[in-house]
Write a protein that binds this ligand. Sequence first.
Ligand code: SF4
Ligand code: SF4
Length: 122
Amino acid sequence: MARKHYDCLKCVAYCCSYAHIPVEKTDLKRLAKHFDVSIDKAEKRFTKRGDKDTPRVLKHTEDEHFVSSCMFLDKETRNCTIYDARPKICRDFPTQARCGYYEFLKFEREVQDDPEWVATTN
Ligand code: SF4
Ligand code: SF4
């Protein structure tokens, strides 16, 4: 894979604030195994209804930076708390060497001359 041009450790995890993070059957199985619960229980506990294309999506919780974010995002460290058991879409993102969110963040931090600057949607 090409060198990455983003650093998730310097980001507040914009990708985890996306409202529709799809959970497929294989993702549910992985989550169920990780938490040692049944697939049904994992579905009820960690997912909610999505739409026609993504019937089940990850539940969200409150977030100081965004309207909400994935229930598995640690709101202090901004890291994924289920990294090894995260859904496929989280594993695949971003699909290119650059992350659009990070490009935006980097640009704004340079313009504002503030390395900690964070754009919020709250
Ligand atoms: S938005 Fe991009 S840079 Fe930020 S955590 Fe997600 S993948 Fe990493
Ligand atoms: S499972 Fe982890 S990587 Fe995926 S959206 Fe939630 S916190 Fe982010």
